[in-house]
Design a protein around this ligand. Structure first.
Ligand SMILES: Cc1cc2nc3c(=O)[nH]c(=O)nc-3n(C[C@H](O)[C@H](O)[C@H](O)COP(=O)(O)O)c2cc1C
Length: 438
């Protein structure tokens, strides 16, 4: 007799008392019990929530906020929601691999870590921990110029040659000397590719940060000190390791050096930077060379004409020019401008595997994540970074399998549709079908 027949009589009457489980333990058999809610987050949003609790308010305002109205920061997310993916049934095999090539290197998934400065504020292992997390997941990280672990420390502490992001600083004796020194240091210790960030001629107006004491210089009040002290683990690590200053510019750790770094970084930004400087950097860097912070197809064309190997479509996660376009909206035209000449990376608002799939459909070679890996780092150091990357891997794999796509190479604009209504992609502003060949 089937279990169903045993518990529901033919006339629908409740089963006799004797057939019900007799003890609570029998009724609850098979379930797992914990005293608290599940400790391990299962999504980037879950890591974000945990990171928010792990970090003092001042630090959270630095990590998770943007400039002025924050429209651009939010817009990066909203742009992903304007698309849906097509789904084809019964025809495909799950993808065998998510491997792809970026900057001449194989990575196990099309997700890299974006450069983020002062990452030691979120977890003392900072950029070194992030690079370890990336390595464990089989991908690469891009080290920021304003990192809390130096170019040399990260090179010595990792297995892989990672990638270096250059803020094109002016040096004491001329516009280019500061950049030349950083490029030589990175080259000497084996960074394989250079990413020159061009969207910070001046620091963006991050009002949220400034109102919470993270201006230049940072300002502590009794309430902020109390809030930091409540985050006991964070405070202990801050006092013990003092990984909070920009170590490529200063040798010292600690608060005084952190304040000095913030002031120096602001002073070194270079509003006079122009395309001749980019050409000069291209000539001096022997390996793959990328321009990060491109939103307009003409700028992409110009970068490629100067010999770049690719561009990063980025608005700095909405931390620089408020009201700049969402990166996903800017992507199709930039991808068309670059064509087969090079690679197009995208960052800004990527929080789900399906976001990665949408970016790849619109012409990206791969994406970079900024805040998501910082959430992982803040929660669990290098292991947290790896866990976030594994969430992306699982989500990409599952999304492609549900869509019926066998390989990343098969993705294209034909796999996308507008989020609402019966229309086609052509109904969306400046979409892939306007600009992508085929
Ligand atoms: C806390 C923080 C620090 C950042 N520092 C840098 C930096 O030093 N250099 C740089 O080129 N971009 C920097 N960025 C921008 C990231 O490289 C990337 O463009 C952005 O984070 C992508 O958006 P997402 O955070 O929504 O993924 C920073 C972003 C954040 C959140």
């Amino acid at each position: 007799m089937s279990p169903l027949r045993r518990t529901v009589a033919a006339d629908g009457a409740l089963p006799a008392r004797a057939t019900r489980p007799t003890t609570a333990s029998a009724a609850l058999k098979g379930l797992r019990f914990r005293l608290a809610t599940d400790p391990t987050p299962i999504s980037v949003d879950g890591y974000r929530e945990r990171a928010r609790r792990a970090l003092p308010d001042m630090i959270w305002s630095y990590v998770d906020h943007g400039s002025e109205t924050e429209d651009t920061m939010r817009g990066n997310r909203e742009a992903f929601s304007r698309y849906r993916v097509e789904a084809r049934m019964l025809g495909g095999q799950p993808p065998k691999t998510l491997e792809t090539e970026v900057a001449g290197r194989r990575v196990s998934l099309p997700v890299l870590l974006a450069p983020t400065g002062l990452t030691g504020l979120s977890h003392w292992t900072g950029e070194l921990g992030a690079a370890h997390g990336a390595e464990r997941a089989g991908t690469l990280s891009i080290l920021s110029t304003s990192s809390t672990w130096s170019i040399e420390e990260v090179a010595a502490g990792t297995q892989e040659d990672h990638l270096f992001q250059l803020y094109p600083f002016s040096g004491g004796d001329g516009l280019r000397s500061g950049s030349a020194e950083l490029m030589e240091r990175a080259q000497r210790v084996g960074y394989s590719a250079l990413f020159v960030t061009v969207d910070v001629p001046v620091i963006g107006n991050r009002e949220w940060e400034r109102l919470r004491g993270m201006g230049a210089p940072p300002t502590i009040t009794p309430a902020r000190a109390f809030d930091a002290a409540r985050h006991v683990r964070w405070t202990y690590r801050y006092l013990r390791h003092q990984r909070v200053s920009a170590r490529n510019l200063l040798d010292q750790g600690g608060s005084a050096a952190a304040v000095e770094s913030v002031n120096r970084l602001a002073g070194l930004m270079n509003p006079e930077l122009n395309w001749d400087d980019i050409a000069w950097m291209r000539d001096r860097w022997p390996g793959p060379f990328y321009v990060k912070g491109i939103l307009h197809p003409e700028d992409a064309r110009r970068a490629m004409a100067l010999g770049a190997d690719g561009v990063v479509v980025s608005n700095h996660g909405g931390r620089q020019l408020d009201q700049a376009r969402a990166t996903l909206d800017a992507l199709p035209a930039v991808a068309a401008a670059v064509g087969q000449q090079g690679e197009v990376l995208l960052d800004g608002g990527v929080r789900r595997g399906s976001d990665v799939v949408k970016a790849l459909c619109l012409g990206a070679t791969a994406v970079c994540i900024g805040r998501p890996f910082i959430y992982g780092l803040a929660v669990d150091g290098a292991d947290g970074v790896r866990a976030v990357l594994e969430i992306f891997r699982e989500e990409i794999q599952r999304t492609l399998t549900l869509m019926g796509v066998e390989s990343l190479e098969h993705l294209g604009p034909e796999w996308l549709a507008p989020a609402s209504g019966p229309g086609t992609l052509a109904d969306l502003p400046a979409t892939a079908v306007d600009v992508l060949p085929g």
